[in-house]
Design a protein around this ligand. Structure first.
Ligand code: BGC
Length: 269
């Protein structure tokens, strides 16, 4: 990327930006010149710390609480972002969680919580973003697009995952929601894409990397032989939000060290 501030003058909302991948994306967008809304549901202190980090790097940031699975809270989030920043150019639909259980033991609450945040939450936020992007339209001095939506999905939008039916169903749903929305709003110059991370070192999957044995087992699933770092996803988000990817629309960008390459087929088959 030639321009070190490719997002200068743009306003972004990153959901679930108080930790993990969302935090790294918010910081990367801030470093790229965007003003950033750091959304969180719990963990206000962590969100305020992310805001401070972004401000130290020279970009404006603010923390706004909202549970993305609740329609009124999502509307308030966007209203307050537009009031304070003027508009929104970039939505990163990141907030997500896991509630794992064997299929026959999975409660309806576990199912609904995961679908509610990971899928319905992305729908509610994307809907508000599309409304704002269409209201404002393209401002050529800011970006070639009227707006960009980046859905944070997972390799599990294509890889089935035993013991995680709710999570895999939510991410498979995000994939077709993203593509359908991309098709629908492209004529309005709105770009919609996903980042599909593999195993990234964050609190959500601590069990998979926090002991040497677990890490060794995990690396067997990753041809590139390293775990992903949150910054790997931050870099991808800056590119997808910038005009450098202006002709990219309706795509899932896998950032997974090759996890989706059927590593067990490297020998055998
Ligand atoms: C999950 C992680 C998991 C990774 C690879 C992610 O979407 O949240 O828990 O380690 O996929 O399986």
């Amino acid at each position: 990327m030639t321009n070190s501030s490719p997002l200068k003058g743009q306003k972004a909302i990153v959901t679930g930006a108080n930790s993990g991948i969302g935090k790294a994306i918010a910081m990367a967008l801030g470093r790229a010149g965007a003003e950033v809304v750091v959304n969180y549901r719990d963990g206000e202190d962590a969100a305020v710390a992310v805001v401070k980090d972004i401000a130290q790097g020279g970009s404006r940031a603010l923390a706004i609480r909202a549970d993305v699975s609740r329609e009124v809270e999502v509307k308030d989030l966007f209203r307050s972002a537009v009031e304070q920043l003027g508009t929104v150019d970039i939505l990163v639909n990141n907030a997500g969680l896991q509630r794992d259980a064997p299929f026959e033991d999975m409660t309806l609450e576990q199912w609904n919580t995961v679908i509610g945040v990971n899928l319905t939450g992305q729908f509610l936020c994307a809907r508000e973003a599309v409304r704002e992007f269409k209201r404002r339209g393209v401002v050529p001095a800011v970006s070639r697009a009227a707006g960009k939506i980046i859905c944070v999905s997972s390799v599990h939008e294509v890889i089935p995952w035993a013991g995680h039916a709710n999570y895999a169903a939510s991410k498979g749903g995000v994939m077709l929601m993203m593509k359908t929305l991309a098709q629908e709003v492209a004529p309005h110059r709105i770009r919609v894409n996903s980042i599909a991370p593999g195993a990234v070192r964050t609190p959500i999957n601590r069990e998979a990397w926090s002991t040497p044995e677990a890490l060794e087992a995990l690396l067997r699933l990753i041809p590139y032989k390293r775990i992903g770092e949150p910054e790997d996803i931050g870099h991808a988000a800056v590119w997808l939000a910038s005009d450098d990817s202006d002709y990219v629309n309706g795509t899932s960008l896998f950032v997974d060290g090759g996890m989706t390459l059927y590593p067990e087929f490297a020998s055998g088959g």
